[in-house]
Design a protein around this ligand. Structure first.
Ligand code: FES
Length: 102
């Protein structure tokens, strides 16, 4: 197996009211689901791997995800942004600048 892209999506959850919040509390579940649906819809199952992670650091910019091998970080992502990330970055090879962080 040799995927073209590997997407790591922060799925970390902290207790409600925690000062750092968490990506899960900010909607990373629907983001993961949107990636699963988008990968399937575009028949990218062998080219794009998806992995949920614990905290990756920049919680204040969450929900965050990072796309390898480029190491491109995205922040404040919503589920409705996912089709654009798939189309422009994972298929088109061009990172989506408006959501890029770091
Ligand atoms: S909780 Fe997602 S980056 Fe920290």
């Amino acid at each position: 197996m040799n995927p073209k892209h590997h997407v790591f999506i922060c799925m970390n959850r902290r207790p409600e009211g925690h000062p750092r919040g968490s990506c899960q509390a900010n909607g990373s579940g629907p983001i993961f689901d949107a990636f699963v649906a988008g990968v399937e819809h575009n028949n990218l199952g062998e080219q794009v791997f998806l992995t949920g992670t614990f905290c990756m650091g920049p919680c204040d910019k969450g929900p965050v995800l990072v796309v390898y091998p480029e190491g491109v970080w995205y922040g404040k992502v919503t589920a409705s942004d996912v089709p654009e990330i798939i189309e422009q970055h994972l298929i088109g090879g061009k990172p989506l600048e408006r959501l890029r962080i770091g």
